[in-house]
Design a protein around this ligand. Structure first.
Ligand code: DLL
Length: 427
């Protein structure tokens, strides 16, 4: 599609979605009324800058279904995003949403070179996370065979890759490295398997990681980007040129803003990525602030696709960490720590990568009142560590090693307190 045709289509769809949320989502009607805006004020895609932003906090404040526009009778699936303190973000999808999602995901897989001759294992988590089912439906839509391996049981997965002649894999880049490690341990070499394509995303990764994964698994690895609030995996994808990720911009309109001033920035400038869903029915969102930092690339790609590309995510404009594909905010850990009376509000998260798997250690000081030198010998420390680890697991769905510290032993910094040490160097 030419740029003019695309802009015209986006403008038409934007008007429609704005009119729809104005009449179906009290949250947006109120926001638009506060700005003195009517749906008729939004006619072209350029008018988008008149519209209000949406944040994760808005979704949380309106938990669970406050931003849902379609009636429950039309919702056929619900996912939830991890990574918030308190309420998770709930996203409901209509049948049309699921169809568009699988269509967009099939576009990604097509760009990676997957065809109906391929067998693809999906090793993203199945469940509330959008990775598993999102990739699954797209691959089926394309006509390739899906093997829904999910995460865990990696040795069995490696054997399936070998025995079934699996040619494609969808998983996080760090899981791909872990898979390579497991293969080494099992004495299986890349010549014994037939993997040729990898759809990697859900966390940041680098060119060096790509090289290592490609070398060790003998495949070509492609970027896959997405977020639950917008849809799930499928928002953008690399093509064979691997020069930026093409945005499915007929469904998800991207903008880059300055996170401090909220001004829109021109293509080429780095800032915070913002998306507006142009066709979604279940939970359409206007100008959703992803907090992901990147830039948009002008011009047609050598592959012939005309849809705009985004650079890899360079970081975030908030403090969210992605640990083993799970979004974790330090504030979440804090609220779990503080919900237990034994702990002082002094904690430190140490994130590392050991054997290509992310690790999280939570160090926390025990309160002065309950601390005694004897605690250790009585086994009380062990019990406390176990208790907190279990609670973190049940609240954050993440396994953490808990290290209980004596009062006043976690280093205090002079200025802003440092709650996180991220030792993972993404080389
Ligand atoms: O991670 C959806 C997804 C699943 C994408 C599978 C790709 C593959 P959330 O859990 O809502 O959704 O987390 C979204 O993850 O805002 C980014 O910070 C990060 N992220 C996702 N894909 C990439 C990527 C899924 N390719 C958040 N590169 C986003 C860097 C990524 N960061």
């Amino acid at each position: 599609m030419s740029r003019d045709e695309m802009s015209a289509l986006q403008g038409k769809r934007l008007h429609k979605v704005v009119d729809y949320v104005y009449h179906h989502t009290p949250f947006y009607r109120k926001k638009m009324q506060e700005l003195g805006l009517l749906p008729s004020d939004i006619q072209t895609i350029e008018d988008i800058t008149k519209l209000p932003f949406t944040t994760k906090q808005d979704l949380r404040d309106n938990y669970p279904f406050g931003l849902q526009a379609a009636p429950m009778s039309e919702i056929i699936r619900v996912h939830a995003s991890t990574g918030t303190t308190g309420n998770p973000t709930i996203v409901g999808y209509t049948r049309k949403d699921i169809d568009i999602w699988s269509e967009c995901m099939a576009r990604c897989m097509t760009a990676y070179g997957v065809t109906s001759d391929d067998i693809v294992s999906v090793a993203y988590g199945y469940g509330l996370f959008t990775g598993g089912l999102g990739a699954h439906y797209g691959i089926e839509n394309l006509g390739a065979a899906v093997v829904p391996t999910g995460t865990g049981n990696t040795e069995k997965h490696v054997r399936l890759i070998r025995d079934l002649g699996i040619t494609g894999i969808a998983c996080t880049p760090s899981y791909a490295l872990y898979l390579a490690e497991t293969m080494d341990k099992m004495g299986i070499t890349k010549d014994q398997i037939h993997l040729r394509v990898g759809a990697f995303g859900a966390e940041p990764w680098t060119e060096n990681m790509r090289k290592e994964i490609q070398e060790r698994l003998g495949l070509k690895g492609f970027n896959l980007y997405g977020l639950s609030e917008i849809m799930g995996p499928c928002v953008s994808y690399e093509c064979e040129c691997q020069h930026g990720s093409h945005v499915n911009e007929d469904h998800f309109y991207p903008e880059i803003i300055d996170p401090a001033t909220l001004e829109r920035l021109p293509n080429g400038k780095q800032g915070e990525l913002v998306f507006t869903t142009l066709t979604k029915e279940g939970m359409p969102v206007l100008r959703y602030r992803t907090r992901d930092l990147c830039s948009l690339m002008e011009g047609e790609c050598a592959c012939g696709r005309t849809n705009v590309r985004m650079t890899p995510i360079m970081g975030r404009s908030d403090d969210m960490l992605i640990i083993r594909g799970i979004n974790v905010f330090p504030s979440q850990v804090e609220s779990v720590v503080l919900s237990e009376p034994e702990f002082a509000p002094r904690y430190l998260l140490v994130v590392d990568r050991v054997n290509n798997l992310d690790t999280l250690e939570v160090q926390v000081e025990v309160r002065q009142e309950i601390f005694t030198e004897k605690m250790e010998t009585l086994g009380a420390i062990d019990a406390l560590e176990k208790k907190l680890a279990n609670k973190l697991k049940s609240v954050l769905s993440i396994s953490a090693k808990v290290k209980i510290k004596a009062p006043n032993t976690i280093e205090r910094s002079q200025g802003k307190s440092k709650f996180v040490i991220d030792k993972r160097v993404l080389k």
